[in-house]
Every structure is written in C-alpha cells, then in structure tokens.
Design a protein. Structure first.
Length: 235
C-alpha cells in the first residue's frame, strides 16, 4: 500500500447485517489506532444481498457509510447483478436468483417469494420494484466493477488471466472461478476477491480470497492492508 494508507477489504456479506454491524465496530476500533493522518479505505467486494435474512438492512447500513474515518468503495457482486436484472424484467435472471437465495432478499422487503414460473417471477419483480427504496435502487446502480490501489487490485470474483485489469470483461469480474482460481501466474497485481467460499482466507502469491461463507458460517472476514503488512479481522 502507498505510505500513509490503510485498506479494509470486506468479503461477501449476503444479508448478514448482524455480522456487518459487528465487523464495522471492529474496523472502527482498529482504525482508531492508526497513525494520525492515515488515509483509510473500506472496500466492499460485493454480494451484499441474498441468502441471509437481512439484505434490506445490509443495504441501509452500507448506504449510511463506512465506519468513521474510512472512505467507502462499493463493488458490484454477481448477486447485485442478478438483482438489477430481475428488477429490469430479465426473465433469465429470476430462476437463477431464486435458486441462489433471492427469496430471502424478497422477504426482507416484505415481498412473498414467487413460484418458479414466468408469470410469478414477473409479478415478484414488479413487487420488489415497488418496495425498493429509491436510495437502494440508486446505490445498486452506482456500484463499481473494480478498484486498484498500490500493488493490489480488487474485484468481486477475480480476473481473467492475460487480460489487463482495466480491460477485464464485466462477466469475468462478477462470475469467474476456475480460470482465475487455478492460475499460478502474475496478474499484474495481487487480486483481492470474494465469490468463491473457503472456510478461511485463501492467501496465494497472486491473489487473496476472503469469502468465508458468512451467511452460513457466521464468519465475515476483512483483510487489512498497510504498507507491506497483511492481517485479518473476522466475526
């Protein structure tokens, strides 16, 4: 990291507002001990919604900002992509969304989960549009796809090997798995990502994965980067 910068990268939250509240408190306590004048960044790696019970509350908390002193960077995950497509009436997104925890998000907005047929999915999409606060729709619409600072690059799922970070395809940034996870070569930066669940952070020479399956495990993980140091906070 550049001198005087501390980064907190937060893994996949998936509707666990209870864990996010605890992690925010840990981040605030940790940053309170930073040297005066330290620039603090909180980079959220996406997948804020679905699976856990409180997606609406998670978005409310994120819209409220990062812990005091930290500038937030909000990245898009594949679940936010599915939610936006569902809201836009994309018929292909509904079944995938419902099969991957989308019903929990609907319930958090008091929308009844639909049957898996086109008419029911369309009706649920319209109901979610009506229930979604304007601030939530605006937040989802301005999520970034990538971020880079120092020798680190941040993306929800990862990157495609051999493609410059600035030229990565959106689908790869949101969805890629094996071509990225199995690659042992240099990406041009150490890639910090979520999306692929592991019981503990995965640290490789070329990447660091911090999706620890918070919605089921209760472990929401944050990677802290400062200078050449790396450490973790977790619920």
């Amino acid at each position: 990291m550049p001198q005087g910068t501390r980064v907190y990268a937060v893994g996949d939250i998936h509707g666990r507002d209870d864990l996010l509240a605890r992690l925010h408190a840990m981040m605030a306590d940790d940053f309170a001990g930073a040297p005066p004048g330290t620039r603090g960044l909180a980079i959220y790696l996406g997948d804020y919604v679905d699976r856990g019970a409180d997606s609406k509350a998670v978005l409310d908390r994120l819209i409220g900002g990062a812990p005091a002193g930290l500038a937030p960077v909000y990245l898009k995950g594949n679940h936010e992509d599915l939610m936006l497509r569902f809201l836009a009436g994309d018929g292909r997104a509904g079944p995938v969304r419902m099969a991957n925890g989308g019903g929990a998000t609907l319930a958090s907005y008091d929308v009844a989960p639909p049957d898996i047929d086109a008419r029911s999915l369309e009706a649920a999409g319209r109901a979610l549009q009506a229930a979604l606060p304007p601030a939530h729709r605006a937040f989802l619409g301005r999520l970034a796809l990538r971020y880079r600072v120092g020798d680190y690059a941040f993306a929800h799922a990862g990157v495609r090997p051999g493609v410059a970070f600035e030229r990565q395809d959106e689908a790869d940034l949101l969805w890629i798995r094996r071509p990225f996870l199995d690659h042992a070569g240099d990406f041009g930066a150490v890639v910090v990502h979520g999306h692929s669940i592991a019981p503990a952070p995965v640290v490789r020479e070329n990447r660091i994965g911090i999706d620890t399956g918070a919605y089921a495990s209760g472990r929401l993980t944050c990677l802290v980067l400062e200078g050449t140091d790396r450490r973790f906070l977790a619920t």
